[in-house]
Ligand binder design. Structure first.
Ligand code: CTP
Length: 441
């Protein structure tokens, strides 16, 4: 029996795919189709795939052309599969000519003529794009703007910013109102105390909103915004890019599945030593303090694993000598019924930016800078049992975050968990700025 294998994403299955599968089948007696997993696609830069793996598999199954369907999950798997399934012919379309010649060592490689005029990317790009506007006076805005070009359902259409960048001159506007007029959704990267008003205005104009965390500095305001968004079927999403890193989510799932036993402690550290003179008030004004800049990210693994129902907490903080609203260093400690958690953040200190989740069987460890996670380890008493995991992270997670925003809008469904986290973050902010449970050093 002659066995043939072919690989692909098969997103939004089209006649090009069916042509390919038919001819692949004719090359032999038994056809194995390997459909790429969502994570593998992401790791090779395909972040815009519309259908989840199971839907794509179902579509391939429904063609009736595959005798067997497997999942492609890692780089180098093709050689493993060819040996394991005793394959005679490996085939893909001519868009890959030459790329898989190295497999000739294991079986025959055939490139089949690609069907002209159709592709999943083309179908995806024909869908109406989300017109995204931007507002903010930080360089981060331009990082997001640049990343939005990689997400093929998004078109950056308007920017309102003090910072002028020649490259984007064609989409600059003279007011926030103009941004809202031109966009379906807006990305808000303004100073933390202004975000509430900007969000409210956008929602009132029936625009979806993605906003840097924290979205509000008071619980009441945060709840009000989410309630307004939900009543008007709009998406309001708090942007924490680490929340969309594949490695971070994988680590959370592994911990949840009991790999390290019961969680007893979580410690996260995020610092960036700001190049500013903390004795100069002028220099400090306009800067974002450690709490606003880092707490939402540093708090993320704690909220994700232990939720917000801590029994008690305290905040130890060191403020700038001349500006009482600017913290140089802060440590928050939370006591749960059966665990403790803490995060350490700073802009006037530097420390090892790692994340450690301690369990009764072992611990999860993400090395610095953990918030740009692409690698983590699960470690045990017996070192030979340690496991290491690596997941490529493109664009610091911003691309994945934009894809998630787009998907929420398409499904008109915001993740409930996101809302709960945002409210927990705002509540912590509110307590901190009201000096509740704070110890000053
Ligand atoms: N294919 C083809 N003719 C097309 C499109 C795809 O023969 N018009 C083949 C590819 O060469 C590959 C298989 O179908 O062997 C699966 O391709 P996949 O990458 O999933 O489809 P594309 O439409 O090329 O997707 P994208 O645009 O996302 O790259």
């Amino acid at each position: 029996m002659k066995k043939v294998i072919t690989y692909g994403t098969f997103d939004l299955l089209h006649y090009g795919h069916i042509n390919l599968l038919k001819r692949a089948k004719e090359l032999g007696d038994y056809l194995i189709v390997a459909v790429t997993s969502d994570d593998f696609d992401k790791s090779r830069g395909k972040i815009n795939v519309k259908q989840p793996l199971m839907e794509r598999i179902e579509a391939v199954r429904n063609t009736g052309l595959a005798d067997e369907i497997i999942i492609e999950e890692y780089e180098g798997q093709k050689i493993d599969d060819i040996i394991k399934y005793d394959i005679d012919i490996f085939t893909v379309g001519t868009d890959w000519v030459g790329k898989f010649d190295y497999l000739n060592e294991y079986c025959k490689v055939v490139y089949l003529e690609r069907t002209r005029g159709v592709s999943s990317s083309k179908i995806r790009s024909e869908e109406k794009k989300l017109r995204l506007g931007f507002i903010g006076d930080s360089n981060i805005l331009f990082k997001h703007l640049a990343e939005s070009h990689y997400v093929n359902g998004i078109e950056p259409v308007a920017v309102f910013s003090e910072i002028k960048i020649e490259k984007y001159s064609s989409i600059y506007t003279s007011s926030y109102e103009e941004v809202l007029e031109k966009s379906d959704a807006v990305y808000i990267i303004t100073p933390p105390d202004t975000r509430y008003e900007y969000i409210k205005k956008a929602l009132k104009e029936q625009k979806h909103v993605i906003c840097e965390a924290p979205i509000a500095l008071e619980t009441k305001k945060c709840k009000e915004l989410f309630e307004y968004a939900s009543n008007n079927k709009l998406i309001l999403m708090e942007a924490i890019k680490t929340a969309h890193s594949t490695a971070f989510n994988r680590m959370c799932l592994l911990v949840k599945s009991g790999e390290i036993g019961d969680i007893v402690s979580i410690e996260s550290t995020c610092t960036s030593l700001a190049q500013i003179d903390f004795n100069d008030r002028e220099a400090i004004l306009g800067q974002i303090d450690s709490m606003c800049d880092w707490a939402p990210t540093a708090f993320l693994p704690i909220l994700k694993k232990k939720k917000k129902n801590y029994r008690d907490y305290r905040i130890i903080t060191k403020k700038s000598p001349i500006e009482k609203n600017f913290d140089l260093f802060t440590k928050c400690e939370f006591i749960y019924d059966k665990a403790i958690a803490s995060f350490k953040i700073g802009k006037g200190v530097k420390s090892e930016g790692e994340l450690i989740i301690t369990g009764t069987k072992g611990y999860a460890y993400i090395p610095a800078p953990w918030w740009k996670t692409d690698y983590f380890e699960i470690r045990y008493e017996n070192q030979s049992e340690n496991k290491r995991f690596f997941y490529q992270l493109e664009g610091e997670g911003i691309r994945n975050e934009l894809v998630a925003f787009l998907k929420y809008i398409e499904k008109r469904k915001s993740g409930n968990a996101d809302k709960t986290n945002s409210i927990a973050i705002s509540s912590l902010m509110e307590n901190y700025y009201a000096d509740k449970n704070c110890i000053h050093i």
